[in-house]
Design a protein around this ligand. Sequence first.
Ligand SMILES: [Zn+2]
Ligand SMILES: [Zn+2]
Length: 267
Amino acid sequence: MDKLRFQSFGSGSSGNCYFIGNASNGILIDAGIGVRSIRKCLRNIGLDFENIWGVFVTHDHADHIKAVGSIGEKHRVPIYTTRHVHEGIQRSYCVTEKLYSSKKYIEKNQSVQVGEFMITSFPVSHDATDSVGYTIEYNGKKITFATDLGFISEEVGEHLKVADYMVLEANYDAQMLEQGSYPIHLKNRIAAKTGHLSNDQAGIFLAENYNERVQHIFLCHLSRENNLPNLAYTTIQNYLESKQIIVGRDVNLITLDRLTPSELYIF
Ligand SMILES: [Zn+2]
Ligand SMILES: [Zn+2]
């Protein structure tokens, strides 16, 4: 089988979109950046919307769904998510083109097969209408996406612990958030159990649950105001090294840029 490919097209509150697939087709996780940017990114890797089996949406916040209407209805790509997230998308002011024929429903903890990819969703804790993470299996490898989550529940942990690759949120540095300029209600919202994952939360989990199966850890959804790529990286590196897990030797650690597409990873 063709090798697994992964690329981030954008990651963070300005818009999230990730490609996972192979040389000839694949799926997208979220479509929160402009449809033209997504198409450009796909063309750069020799693909177009006709090669996309589906968009799997994590939740109905604007930075994850902005382009689903046009990708679904105009480009005829099925949009998969839970019933509640679909309801949220239909209500959302930022999706001007509503979904009709492209709407596909999934159930949490159940798997769907699209093309050569098996996708399983699992619940995550976040302040959206409904929220899920995804594990994609292809050719015996698993890649797990867990973004926009207030904490790593046991269920989320079960997915991350057996992943070969993971895209995990490292949204904020606790001190930067506390000392930053955000109003107190927003600070509380971000730090809540239904908010976002901090560098410490991600690092502690990764260090305590290291499995030698994991090869690449991609840190996603970094906050512009409350985090720095270097800080996220070194914080998590330090947690890992406190358990003798050496970055570069035992695992690869990569921070995904907010606005620039990552390189194309071929595993
Ligand atoms: Zn988000
Ligand atoms: Zn969100």
